[in-house]
Design a protein. Structure first.
Length: 645
């Protein structure tokens, strides 16, 4: 895992000191070594920071130049099938003098022989790639299919800039970065900024499964070119005709594919481990890892002294059963205060998933013992895991059958009960039937049962603010995938469409962004077995009732897990990986919040409507509303703006 950056300028001589200064801002992504390549005459500079995982020798040093001297690559990620690709080159009659055993060298050889587009179609991995083609005088930038690795790019004051993180672009001495208030509006809606948009005007995030070309002679950028499409595999008309009654066959096939994916991601020349929450996804990844290992694998988890948010006990039970070498850390509010000041620098555009904090602590804990960690992310989007796909949607559809006036009465009745009381009531019933954050979920349901169609139901559930522009001085939400239904695939069930939209947006821009920044700031590489693209393609071909059956989400995944772990250890209510932010905002984080939400702080930045923000904060403190998620978004944006404007 690494960090990449560079620039192309027709107005200045390429300067190795400047590009290395840019790279140094992302040194935690690659603390082991650094390198650069410059063409002073053309004004091109490319740099690389390396976290050595595969072939830790100097033979893996980057930027790397191809054997025919045509291509220069700076690459962030891992290519899991590089050994097969290396054999393919050797057996195809191409004479290639290998310098070492790195995946970068094989990737570059593939590009030399087959070209960038064909290579992207063949490689299996997570990656952000920059390739300078000396012959055609163009720079190609590419991002992996699902979006595990980030890549920003844009033209600013006559210079083309790119980097793994915005902080490297910000370091370029001639850059002039202006906040895009439309993107800020989109951030308030989602608590992240959906690609291709970026917090700065003129810059974009490269979307998953795409690449762009920058033409040096014309000094212009191509439109993004798609080399892989999730829509193709999600579209009903492109799915295979699979008999859903052959369940045992598909359970066994899924198990084989998961073993293959996990095994390829255990490939490493440095110590590895895994995140273990005790949930279905991470427990299955860890189970397979342990079955493939002759010694106990290293597992790590984070806990809180708040039962509603604590997964550490479940993780410990799973670890004890599997026999892993387990490490846990209980996080306190004081520890959180110490890390909050770092958040704007780690996520260097506004980002407001509060689970960023435990993910940071988990990554920090894990990095003390290993350099690579496998994660269970992606299972929810692939196997219908979120409650909005199952209980939430089914209850919404049931209540939609009632007359509108009756629904209004039901909605009003639910909202008249404080969510805290609902949670307290829930805690009195057997754990088997409990739902975490039941109060919040019921209040959301009370809002959505009055909507007229399924998409409005979904849009509400994924929105932090229903009308985000009301809280800004200026800004309109830009178009994105949510506003372009003509680009949605045809699905057999609306819940599949929700899964598709989440996998295209929430997964790469929230979940994977959270994991990438938290791990990379701790110089830790995270690998995600569920997001092997061959596995993703196969899972999307499965009938929907293998994912949601008899009201049970992740049905087929749970059947596979039962091969490794007794059901009684894993059949428990789903718990999100978050922090007790509501309680902390009214407690240990209150002084910090008051400072950022003060009239002086808000008006100084000229971004937010101070009156609206103040009312929201006062209503939350008084208990009139529960607005901790919305306030966290404003706090994160305000903290970011204080640091970056």
């Amino acid at each position: 895992m690494c960090g990449i950056t560079g620039y192309i300028s027709k107005t200045k001589i390429a300067n190795k000191f400047e590009v290395l200064k840019m790279a140094n801002t992302i040194s935690k992504r690659g603390p082991d070594s650094f390198g650069y390549w410059c063409d002073k005459k053309l004004g091109i500079a490319i740099a690389h920071r390396r976290l050595s995982i595969i072939d830790t020798s100097s033979a893996g040093h980057q930027p790397m130049i191809s054997k025919n001297n045509r291509y220069i690559i700076s690459f962030n990620g891992e290519i899991y099938n590089y050994k097969d690709l290396k054999k393919e080159i050797s057996s195809s009659g191409f004479e290639m003098q290998w310098e070492g055993n790195s995946d970068t060298e094989v990737l570059l050889a593939q590009i030399q022989i087959y070209g960038v587009f064909n290579t992207l179609k063949k490689i299996n991995g997570m990656f952000a790639i920059s390739v300078w083609d000396k012959e055609e005088r163009k720079l190609i930038l590419a991002r992996d299919r699902i979006g595990e690795k980030p890549l920003y790019y844009g033209i600013n004051k006559g210079n083309f800039l790119f980097a793994s993180e915005l902080k490297a672009i910000k370091e370029f001495e001639d850059s002039e970065l202006i906040i895009d208030k439309n993107s800020l509006c989109s951030f308030l809606r989602h608590a992240y900024i959906p690609s291709p948009h970026c917090i700065y005007q003129g810059f974009k995030k490269l979307s998953p499964g795409e690449y762009v070309e920058f033409n040096y002679e014309k000094f212009e950028l191509s439109d993004p070119i798609e080399y892989w499409s999730l829509s193709h595999y999600a579209n009903l008309k492109n799915k295979k005709n699979i008999e859903s009654n052959s369940t045992d066959l598909y359970i066994n096939e899924l198990n084989k594919k998961l073993i293959k994916s996990v095994k390829s991601r255990m490939m490493s020349d440095v110590p590895i481990g895994a995140f273990l929450s005790g949930g279905i996804d991470s427990s299955l990844v860890v189970s397979i890892m342990q079955s493939l290992s002759i010694k106990p694998i290293n597992t790590f988890t984070i806990g809180f002294n708040n039962e509603s948010y604590n997964e550490a006990e479940s993780a410990k039970e799973i670890s004890n059963f599997l026999g892993t070498n387990h490490t846990e850390l209980y996080v306190t509010p004081n520890q959180t205060l110490n890390v909050i000041d770092k958040l704007p620098d780690i996520w260097d555009e506004p980002f407001a998933d509060s689970s960023q904090i435990p993910t940071f602590f988990l990554s920090e804990l894990t990095s003390r013992k290993v350099k690579v960690a496998l994660s269970g992310d992606g299972g929810d989007e692939l196997f219908c895991g979120y409650n909005r796909y199952s209980q939430g949607y089914l209850l919404y559809k049931f209540l939609r059958k009632f007359p509108y006036k009756l629904r209004k009465i039901i909605s009003k009745s639910i909202k008249s009960i404080n969510p805290i009381y609902i949670n307290q009531l829930m805690s009195t019933i057997p754990k088997k039937y409990q739902y975490k954050a039941a109060g919040d979920r019921l209040h959301k349901l009370a809002d959505v049962i009055n909507y007229s169609n399924d998409f409005e139901f979904y849009k509400f559930l994924i929105s932090s603010f229903k009308s985000p522009k009301d809280y800004l001085i200026s800004g309109e939400e830009p178009k994105n995938l949510f506003s372009e239904p003509n680009n949605w695939p045809e699905t057999s069930d609306f819940r599949e469409l929700m899964m598709y939209l989440d996998m295209k947006t929430y997964l790469p821009e929230d979940i994977l962004t959270k994991v990438d920044r938290a791990t990379m700031t701790n110089s830790l590489e995270a690998r995600v077995p569920f997001l092997d693209h061959e596995l993703v393609e196969w899972v999307w071909s499965l009938p929907f009732n293998l994912k949601l059956r008899d009201g049970k989400s992740k049905w087929i995944l749970k059947e596979v897990l039962s091969k490794y772990i007794p059901r009684n250890l894993t059949e428990r209510p789903k718990s999100g990986f978050g922090i007790p932010i509501e309680y902390w905002l009214n407690g240990p984080l209150r002084e910090w919040s008051e400072s950022l939400l003060s009239k002086y702080s808000i008006e100084k930045q000229s971004l937010f409507n101070h009156k609206k923000v103040t009312k929201l904060w006062e209503d939350h403190k008084s208990g009139k509303v529960r607005a901790h998620y919305q306030l966290w978004s404003i706090l994160m944006a305000t903290a970011w703006a204080e640091r970056n404007t």
